[in-house]
Design a protein around this ligand. Structure first.
Ligand code: HEC
Ligand code: HEC
Ligand code: HEC
Ligand code: HEC
Ligand code: HEC
Length: 220
């Protein structure tokens, strides 16, 4: 073997071990990149962010109203839930702007003066096929709003509404955590979350896996 041939061999052996290292490095970079894409970028792309038409301060208003939460979120005579308030619940105090807060000025000029309802975005909105009754949970079962909604009633500002642009679901239904882990009862409100509590509380006919009839408890 000539010396020049030996040199070439050495060089190619070096190149082999280098490319082995490079492959592992590329693999690690690719792996980390896909984790970032899957856990950070993908969820960001999946949800479009919408601001509420006007901001609303729950803490400030709880000091102003007489009947607590029910001043705005109440049961009608027929037992149905009024949900988000209509202008009617606001005009008594906001016929004209009481202060200088730009959100209040916008509210009075754009909605109260024009008699237009505020198109609030509903964080907890379920698809139309789902039947939900506040009376069953709040009145009969005596549950606290926080169990399902989290501490929105104690907030000073409304969070950004996130909508899944494929399914149209609110982020509050699909869940905050991509891994599906649940830290609080209100982190997610999908079918399994409703069913989990129903099974625990022995709500009649709700064992989703075993009884077909159960579907009609929540789907009408
Ligand atoms: C002066 C009226 C007023 C009072 C009093 C009030 N709220 Fe609200 N609340 C609102 C308005 C306006 C919204 C609409 C924002 C939105 O679209 O979520 C809202 C939204 C909510 C929502 C979010 C519903 C959803 O899914 O979008 C929850 C939960 C809520 N309020 C709970 C409470 C609780 C609990 C209390 C008592 C501690 C309370 N509120 C008192 C006016 C009021
Ligand atoms: C009992 C009286 C009362 C009722 C009812 C009431 N407000 Fe207010 N609201 C106030 C007062 C007082 C302020 C503080 C004004 C200031 O000093 O800037 C305020 C401030 C605001 C502001 C500016 C601060 C903020 O929350 O971001 C907005 C917007 C507002 N109200 C919207 C509403 C809406 C919407 C309703 C009906 C769902 C409503 N208010 C019902 C008394 C009331
Ligand atoms: C067992 C869970 C649960 C409890 C407890 C609960 N809610 Fe809800 N709430 C929901 C669900 C689910 C929806 C969505 C219903 C739908 O879209 O059909 C909702 C919707 C709402 C809405 C929006 C309704 C609309 O106009 O579309 C408001 C406001 C609200 N809840 C306030 C409250 C308040 C205030 C309390 C406490 C008195 C409370 N909720 C207790 C689960 C709950
Ligand atoms: C944290 C517990 C809990 C969660 C979460 C919950 N529920 Fe319930 N639900 C109950 C309890 C307890 C009852 C029984 C109330 C009673 O005694 O009538 C009930 C009753 C009902 C009823 C009335 C059943 C009947 O025949 O009277 C419907 C409908 C219902 N739930 C739908 C839902 C839906 C839809 C969801 C999810 C969006 C949900 N629930 C989430 C605890 C829960
Ligand atoms: C405890 C309440 C509950 C019961 C019982 C229940 N569901 Fe659901 N279901 C929901 C809720 C809430 C949603 C919307 C959130 C989601 O997609 O997880 C839903 C969504 C669905 C969807 C998707 C609809 C869409 O538009 O995305 C289908 C299909 C469905 N349910 C079928 C069933 C069948 C079949 C059964 C009986 C074996 C059943 N459900 C029992 C609460 C329930």
């Amino acid at each position: 073997m000539s010396t020049s041939e030996e040199k070439t061999k050495e060089v190619s052996a070096n190149a082999d071990s280098d490319s082995g290292g490079a492959i592992i490095l590329f693999f690690i970079i690719g792996f980390v990149a896909s984790l970032i894409a899957g856990w950070i970028i993908f969820p960001k792309l999946l949800y479009c962010q919408k601001k509420q038409p006007i901001d609303f301060n729950h803490v400030l208003h709880m000091e102003e109203v007489d009947d607590g939460c029910e001043s705005c979120h109440f049961f009608r005579e027929d037992g149905t839930y009024a949900g988000v308030p209509k202008l009617e619940q606001c005009v008594g105090c906001h016929e004209e702007a009481v202060g200088e807060d730009p959100e209040e000025v916008k509210f009075v000029n754009e909605y109260v003066a024009k008699e237009r309802e505020v198109p609030w975005l509903i964080y907890s909105k379920q698809p139309d096929c789902v039947f939900f009754s506040h009376a069953a949970h709040v009145k009969t079962a005596g549950m606290d709003c926080v169990t399902c909604h989290g501490p929105i009633g104690e907030s000073t500002s409304l969070k950004v509404y996130e909508e899944n642009w494929i399914t149209g679901y609110s982020r509050d239904i699909w869940g905050q955590n991509m891994s599906g882990l649940k830290e609080h009862a209100w982190d997610r409100m999908k079918m399994d979350d409703c069913a989990e509590c129903h099974v625990k509380n022995n709500v009649k006919q709700t064992s989703v896996q075993t009884k077909k009839g159960a579907c009609f408890v929540c789907h009408k």
